[in-house]
Design a protein around this ligand. Structure first.
Ligand code: ATP
Ligand code: MG
Length: 647
């Protein structure tokens, strides 16, 4: 078969696309619509329910207590996560759960259905992205049925006269809310001679760009604020043809008209003048919006979503004349992520979406995300910032041979509203770009990102306190933390079969510790002799995490009990099972290669044999850890200058 030309290939796609779009659009009368309702009484749902159903139709997953994250960071609470937002939003589970709870209550016609949902968060926390995602949910839901030619695409059941609605509800089990818009009312009388059963009904899909079912209100300055943006206007050119109270002069193209049955979004809502917002309140309170000109109010059913940042919110809140509005708002905070591994996923997502094609060395985004999180944390009386950052990430922090007993909830209680300040995702993305364009090797490394961040902080952060704090994080805290990470990594690349060696140390240690605790002996692996627990061997591991003297005994008792209880529950144990011991083993292995690391990483002092060893290590870094030639060289040089300075 001959190869298709590009244009043919594309035309084929177009054909398929158009075919798929050609879903049979319903065309019929109100009578036909009623027959549809007999089969599916769920059709005339209100906007909140439609949105809720659409989002949840993608599936709900419950966080499981078998996940570490669930236990450590969510108190073992199996919170719901929504597949529709998965892989696009990270570390936002709590905000999403609140948003969905709002929609759920509103869909059950609770008080929430008469409230505005306000997303409040710092710049770049993902509010706009989240709203985009929510709005686009409507685009792939079932098209809505509406009266043909209705400017606000209203529910066909509005045609049923008030006097028949009780009976209708008894027969169909459907409660009708809302009345005809002025245009449909006019048409019913003039065009259809009040024969409502014959009024044509059709279907439309939702479209954000097509302004069908989604209305967006951008923030406006006082001068250009005009309610016509919200509720439409009177078409002056038509005033010659029709009288002023004739609905045919109306242009119902305001955000509330467009967003009827779907969503009306207020971007940076409190930048607007308060007068402008009254329509929003009316829409929630009365479920109706004013008609342009002098006509009666027009029924409105839609989800009203708004967002703004904290400064605007605080200003607005402080003015007591705004109470009526405040009472109508359900606020959901959208803070920055305080888990650096989740934060890192945001950068990965954004880089994936860009044209970025450079090399990103291992730990680059990790270091950047650690910085972002550190900048967002409030100081604690209980722990230092780095420790807090790790605890917030679900990590065990070891102190004197024990996992530090700090409850993440205590830390959170200590710092209400954390995550509403600090460095934004955008700030980090800019630094990544800057580091990239400064590199002549088309790469970013933890070293260059740190430098780029330092430059950017000096350049852009004007608040003295913040600036100093950030520079301290970058210059000290993260410098040291990265060196720790790097030393471990280089050790792993050095020690052949690292995991096996670690495992063997672990098994040995456990055998001896157990024998020590139970006052028994250990069988020597080689000679099969029964020997006494090897005190110097055990001490050589324990001292790595500062356990000396009488603390040794406790440590051995603890670890034996811990492992025994794990085994009894049928759980697997390995060298990573008990965080303090894992740390001790890693440190011991690191110490065991420190001398050779020092020599081999310095190009000057390498002899032939050492050169071979060096090459092997570089190869491992490249093949197993994701470096390339240049980034491996850069980090090794950094390690040799900073880690193993000849003392
Ligand atoms: N938690 C997150 N998960 C996934 N992506 C995120 C997250 N937070 C931010 N982003 C991404 O960061 C970028 C900036 O976010 P966005 O523009 O939505 O922020 P915003 O809260 O609207 O900020 P602003 O107040 O400045 O308008 C977006 O591309 C968004 O996808
Ligand atoms: Mg935004």
């Amino acid at each position: 078969m001959s190869k298709l030309k590009k244009s043919d290939k594309f035309l084929k796609l177009v054909g398929k696309h158009q075919e798929a779009k050609k879903v049979d659009k319903f065309k019929g009368t109100l009578g036909d619509y009623l027959s549809l309702l007999e089969k599916d009484p769920g059709i005339p749902k209100l906007s909140h329910k439609r949105l809720y159903d659409t989002i949840t139709s993608h599936g709900i997953t419950r966080m499981s207590t078998s996940e570490d994250r669930c236990n450590k960071l969510f108190n073992g609470e199996e919170i719901r996560t929504y597949n529709y937002f998965q892989n696009q939003f990270f570390g936002m589970e709590r905000s999403l759960a609140k948003i969905m709870r709002f929609l759920r209550s509103a869909s059950l016609k609770g008080e929430e259905s008469r409230q505005v949902l306000l997303l409040l968060g710092p710049v770049g926390a993902g509010k706009s992205a989240l709203l985009e995602r929510i709005k686009s949910a409507l685009e792939d839901c079932e098209p809505m049925y509406h009266i043909e030619g209705c400017p606000v695409r209203e529910e066909p059941l509005h045609l049923i006269p008030r006097s028949l609605r009780d009976e209708f509800q008894k027969i169909y089990g459907i409660k009708i809310e809302g009345d005809l818009c002025p245009v449909c009312r006019h048409n019913l009388k003039e065009k259809y001679d009040n024969d409502y059963m014959s009024v044509p009904i059709t279907q439309s899909s939702f479209s954000v760009r097509g302004r069908r079912g989604v209305g967006v209100v951008p923030p406006m300055d006082a001068n250009s604020q005009d309610v016509t943006i919200l509720v439409g206007s009177e078409d002056i050119s038509k005033l010659d043809l029709y009288s002023e109270d004739d609905p045919r002069v109306l242009s119902l193209n305001g955000a509330f008209n467009v967003g009827n049955r779907g969503i009306v979004e207020f971007v940076e809502v409190f930048k607007n003048e308060i007068e402008f917002l009254h329509t929003m309140i009316t829409a929630t309170q009365e479920k109706a919006v004013p008609s342009p000109g002098k006509g009666p109010m027009i029924y409105f059913d839609g989800v009203i979503l708004a967002h703004c940042n904290e400064a605007e919110w605080n200003k607005f809140k402080s003015e007591n004349t705004n109470e009526a509005i405040l009472d109508r708002i359900v606020r959901v905070n959208v803070p920055y992520s305080l888990e650096y591994t989740e934060e890192q996923k945001i950068y990965e997502k954004l880089l994936g979406l860009s044209d970025f094609d450079g090399h990103i060395a291992p730990h680059t985004l990790e270091v950047a995300s650690m910085f972002a999180v550190l900048s967002r944390l409030h100081p604690s009386n209980k722990v230092d910032p780095l420790t807090k950052m790790k605890i917030y990430n679900g990590k065990d922090v070891i102190e004197q041979g024990h996992v530090k007993k700090i409850d993440v909830n205590d830390l959170r209680d200590e710092a209400r509203d954390e995550g509403m300040t600090g460095i934004s995702t955008r700030f980090i993305m800019k630094a990544i770009d800057a580091a990239m364009s400064d590199s002549d090797k088309n790469m970013v490394t933890p070293i260059s990102i740190r430098e780029a961040l330092i430059r950017q902080v000096k350049d852009q952060i004007v608040v003295e306190d913040d600036r100093n704090r950030y520079l301290d994080f970058l210059g000290k805290t993260l410098h040291e933390e990265y060196l720790n990470i790097l030393e471990k990594e280089i050790t792993k690349a050095f020690v052949s079969a690292y995991d096996e060696q670690a495992e063997s140390l672990f098994n040995n240690y456990l055998d001896h510790a157990e024998a020590y605790v139970n006052m028994t002996t250990v069988k020597d692996g080689v000679t099969n002799e029964e020997i006494h627990p090897d005190e110097p061997f055990m001490a050589s591991i324990e001292e790595q995490i500062g356990i000396v003297g009488t603390a040794k005994e406790n440590f051995r008792v603890d670890i034996t009990a811990y492992m025994f209880s794990k085994l009894r529950r049928g759980e697997k144990v390995d060298w990573k099972s008990y965080a303090p011991l894992r740390e001790a083993i890693e440190t011991k292995l690191t110490a065991s290669v420190r001398d050779i690391s020092r020599i081999v990483t310095k190009s000057k002092s390498r002899d032939k044999k050492q050169q071979v060893k060096y090459n092997e290590m570089v190869q491992t870094l490249i093949e197993e850890y994701g470096y390339n030639e240049e980034s491996a060289e850069e980090v090794i040089k950094f390690a040799s200058n900073n880690l193993w300075r000849d003392s």
